[in-house]
Ligand binder design. Sequence first.
Ligand code: GLU
Length: 507
Amino acid sequence: MQSRNCDKTKDNVRVRFAPSPTGYLHIGGARTAIYNWLFARKHKGVLILRIEDTDFERSTTDSIQGIIDGLNWLGIDWDEGPYFQSEYVEEHKEVARRLVETGHAYKCFCTREELDVKRKAALAAKKPVQYDRTCRRLTPEAVAAKEALGLPYVIRFKVPEQQGSVYFDDAVYGPIEKQYHDIEDFVIMRSDGSPLYLLSNAVDDIRDRITHVIRGQDGLANTPRQILIYEALGARCPVFAHMPLTLDLKKRKISKRTHGELVSVQFYRDHGFLPWALVNYLVLLGWHTSDDREIFSREELIDAFSLEGINRANSIFNYTPGDPKFFTDPKALSINSHFLRTLPIEEIAESVKGEFITAGIWDPAYDGEKRRWFLSTLDLIRSRFHTLKDFADLGRAYFSEDFPVDPKACKKNLLKHKELKEWLPQLADRLEGLRLWTPESTEKAVRSFAEELDAKPGIIINAIRTVVTGQLAGPGIFDVLLAIGKDRVVKRLRGVPELFREARGRI
Ligand code: GLU
C-alpha cells in the first residue's frame, strides 16, 4: 500500500460547488453548496461556483439560472465564478493528449464489437470484466499504422500494473484503498475527441487549485481514478470529503426523478420558508455537533462547522409524500417556525411583504404610517406559525375584511350555542361604548357581560375569537382585540347573525 501525499493543510482553502445544470437546484445540491460555503467561510478561504455543463444534451440555461437564483436566495455567496466547464474542453483534450505523450495513457483502437466479445468471454469465465489492455501492448509502429488508416480510437489511462493500491484518507469515510488490479484502464477521451467527465472534473480542480473536494458520496467511485490522474499530472491531490446520501422514509435516494418538485429549493421558497431556516435544516441532513445542537445563527454555524462532524450514515429526509398534515419533514417546519418566532420582526416583515403582495392584501401604509401596527401585529401572531404562508392564510383576518371562517371553529365555537346569535351583537354595542380600547378594558367588559348573562366566559371568548379571526386558536384574545381595533371588532360581532344564516345555508 502506497501512502499518498494528500494535502492536509487548512491554509488558503479553495473549495468549489460544481453542479451539473440538468434541472432545478435540489436540496441535495444545496446541501453540498452549503457545506462548501461553510468550510470556505470558516477557513477564510475561497468558494468557486463551477457549472459542469459538458453534458450538452441535458444542460440548460434555465437550470443554470435556477441554480444561481437558488443560491442567491439561500444567501450562499461565492468568491469566484461562475466558471463553465464547457469553456475548458480544449484544455481537457490537451491534457488527454499530454498524458499519452508522457506515457500515462494510450490510444485504444478496439471496436465496440471486439470489446463486447471480450466482455462476454470474461463473464462466461467468471473473470472480472475489465479491458484486457490489448492496445497497451501495441508498438509505436503499430499505433502509427492504425492511425494512418484513420481508425478511430479512444484514449485510456494506464493504471499501474504492479502490485499496489490507491490509498486516500477521506475526511468523512476514513482510509480508503483500491487495488490497482481492481481498476480498469479507463477511458479519458472518447473516439469523437470529447473528454470524459472524470478527466474534466479532475483537470478543473487542478486548474482551480482546489484544496478540498467536498461532494456527494456518489463521487467516491471516481476518486481513486481521479487520484491517478492527479499523480500522472504531477499535481498535489486535494483532501476528499464525501457526504452521505439523503434517503426518504422508504430508503429511496432523494432525487428529482422520484420526488419531483418536493425536493427543489424553489418548493421551499414557494411554501413560505425563510432561507436561513432551510440552510439550517439542510445542514443537519448529514452533519452534527457533539452536543447535537439544532438551531444556529449564521455566525454560530460557520464557527461550529467542520468536516469531522459530517455523518457517515445516510441521512433521512423524514417525509412520506402524501402526508396530509405536513408537506415536508416536520423538523424542517419546526426549524422554520423557530426562526419565524425569533428573528427580528423587521426581517420577518420583509419576507411577509412578498407573501402579502401575492395574496393581494398588501397595504403600502405598512411601509409608512401603519408600520408600527403592522410590526406589532406580526409579532403578536407569529408564535404559532410554521411558514410565511400562515401570515397571509391563518392571519388574514388581521389584514383584510375578506377572510374565511374555519368551518370547524364555526361549528364548535358558534353554532353549538344558539344564544350567541343574540349575545354577540349585544356585546358589540357594549364594546362600542368603551372609551378606552385596551386589553384590560375589553377583558373587563367581556367578563362582566358574561356574568350578567350567567354564561361561561370561555364560551363567549371562544366565539369572539372565531368571529373576529376566523380561527379556532390564536394569541390571547384581548391582545387580538387590541390589534384588530374597535371598529372592526364591533362590525364583525354585529355580523354574527349573518354567519349563522350562511352556516344554515350550507347545512
Ligand atoms: N457535477 C457533479 C454533480 O453535480 C459534481 C461532482 C463533483 O463535485 O466532483 O454531481
